[in-house]
Ligand binder design. Structure first.
Ligand SMILES: *Cc1c(COP(=O)(O)O)cnc(C)c1O
Ligand SMILES: [Zn+2]
Length: 500
């Protein structure tokens, strides 16, 4: 819609004016630092940051209903900078001028209701928020859009001609980082560090295709992370892991969209989010807290983190009674939810801070972590996809988490849930293939369920004089004979009845 066609009272605020006073807030010693430099950890104590807006109070003036109206109208505006996560500009990174925003089509992903059959099988109504439909096919694009837009601003302000971004990855961070950097190619270069053999061929091809320098290292993600940290401490590079607090800000857009998807009435929902490095769960909680503070949502929904029993440090922490809780990294075992296979989540201090604030504001327990096994992750993914969805293994983990929460009585049948569908099924299709061919590594502890297995069937009717081959098509009677015999064979296998 054209600017002049919006109602006059909306027009005034439709285009955000850069504002706010953002600082890096250290979660260890509570010191604050300006955002003129890219900082990842506190120079004084080494802890991670969350970015805070010291001037957020100004956002109260418009009122909750005012923000709802503004966001709903803004959705009709055809301005690229505001078509993605920055529709919520004032609540993400209000200091960014619109000219610096990098928009590649991220955000506003579809909310798709589970089919009737799947709903019946699981026992409650639920939705998939399909973040696999982001440009690099995972939710990581949300955070990358914010972090790279900030870098873009920084480079302009400092007159930097060139900058190198680095990240360690379980596959999706590198795909997103390489993609967003390549949009600024010539100015922003990208290097990614991956645990060899621990990411899927699709994810590897994404980083390579975007032109990043790709380094494969022995070990697991946690090892790559240590090397990247060393690089960012000793060299002039921009770290794009979720240690970078700008990533967390961008990922808060997921919560803002859920609010908008449900017309801002979300108190009765239960949100399910797989936890790996814990940046996303931090952002989901942080985003909800912001909207609640300004009266934009009616209440705080229940939030469920989900972890595999093969990589469950956050689950273990919260499973202990509050007075006995002590955080300890775990040694991970292989998990099909490979993007969440992390034993020492960088964002754990952020989770603790946001969970405390969340439950304080909600006035009671509204955050839970459930643990699921590898079998239920795989089976849930396959069942979702047999019912019209495009779930990856981590989305399978979200669904397994919903079933676990129902089984434990943490939610009741009839409660509505939203599953974070964190990546597209195609990125992780090799797990499906291995399941179907029964050649998953025994370390996963998964036995294929025959009713979920699907394999291609080879059809080659006997007794034909000639068969078609590439470059050698059949003609005349040969073709007729082939078509007839093949169709009959397929009809027999499908038990089709001839037309009357
Ligand atoms: C990164 C990722 C996760 C885990 O998110 P964290 O922020 O690391 O907790 C889950 N699913 C997919 C597909 C991912 O790429
Ligand atoms: Zn500090």
């Amino acid at each position: 819609m054209k600017l002049e066609n919006f109602p006059a009272e909306i027009r005034a605020d439709l285009l955000p004016r850069p504002g706010g006073r953002l600082v890096y807030h250290c979660l260890g010693c509570e010191r604050e630092y300006g955002i003129d430099e890219l900082l990842y950890t506190c120079p004084a104590c080494g802890s991670v940051f969350l970015i805070e807006d010291l001037d957020a109070g100004r956002l109260a003036a418009l009122g909750g209903a005012g923000w709802q109206r503004l966001f709903d109208y803004r959705k009709m505006l055809n301005l690229p900078a505001l078509k993605g996560i920055f529709l919520f500009h004032e609540f993400i990174a209000p200091v960014l001028p619109l000219e610096d925003i990098v928009y590649l089509g991220e955000g506003h992903t579809p909310l798709v209701g589970a089919s009737a059959r799947l709903r019946n099988e699981v026992g409650t109504e639920f939705f998939f928020k399909n973040d696999g439909l982001n440009p690099s096919a995972s939710f990581k694009d949300r955070g990358m859009a914010a972090a790279v837009s900030y870098l873009n601003m920084l480079m302009r302000k400092k007159g930097l001609k060139e900058l190198l971004s680095v990240c360690a990855s379980t596959g999706d961070t590198s795909a997103a980082a390489a993609l967003y950097a390549s949009h600024l190619s010539g100015r922003l270069k990208s290097a990614v560090l991956l645990p060899q053999g621990k990411i899927t061929p699709q994810q590897l091809s994404q980083a390579l295709g975007s032109g990043a320098s790709v380094f494969e290292l022995p070990g697991v993600f946690d090892d790559c992370m240590k090397v990247v940290e060393h690089l960012s401490e000793h060299y002039d590079v921009a770290l794009l892991n979720s240690k970078n607090a700008w990533r967390v800000l961008g990922q808060e857009s997921y919560s803002f969209e859920i609010a908008q998807d449900f017309d801002y009435q979300i108190e009765d929902l239960s949100l399910f989010v797989p936890i790996g490095n814990a940046g996303n769960i931090t952002a989901v909680l942080g985003g909800l807290l912001k909207f609640y503070r300004f009266g934009i949502i009616d209440g705080l929904p229940r939030v469920f983190g989900v972890q595999s029993s093969h990589a469950d440090p956050v689950f273990r922490y919260f499973a202990a009674p509050p007075e006995k809780r002590k955080y300890q990294p775990v040694v991970v075992k292989p998990s099909v939810a490979m993007a969440a296979m992390i034993g020492n989540p960088v964002s754990m201090p952020r989770v603790l801070k946001n969970v405390r604030a969340y439950e304080e504001r909600a006035g009671g327990p509204r955050f839970f972590v459930v643990q699921v096994d590898e079998q239920s992750i795989m089976d849930s993914m396959l069942i979702a996809n047999r019912n019209g969805h495009v779930a990856c293994t981590q989305t399978g983990e979200s669904l397994a988490g919903l079933r676990q929460a129902l089984a434990q009585g943490l939610i009741k049948p009839g409660d509505r849930a939203v599953l974070d569908s964190t990546a597209h099924a195609l990125k992780f299709s090799e797990f499906q293939t291995a399941y179907f061919e029964n050649r998953l590594d025994p370390a996963y502890g998964i036995t294929p369920r025959p009713e979920l297995v699907n394999r291609p069937q080879f059809v080659r009717p006997e007794g034909l004089a000639r068969l078609p081959a590439p470059g050698a098509p059949l003609e005349a009677q040969d073709l007729t004979a082939f078509v007839q015999a093949t169709a009959q064979e397929i009809a027999r296998r499908l038990q089709l009845k001839p037309k009357a």
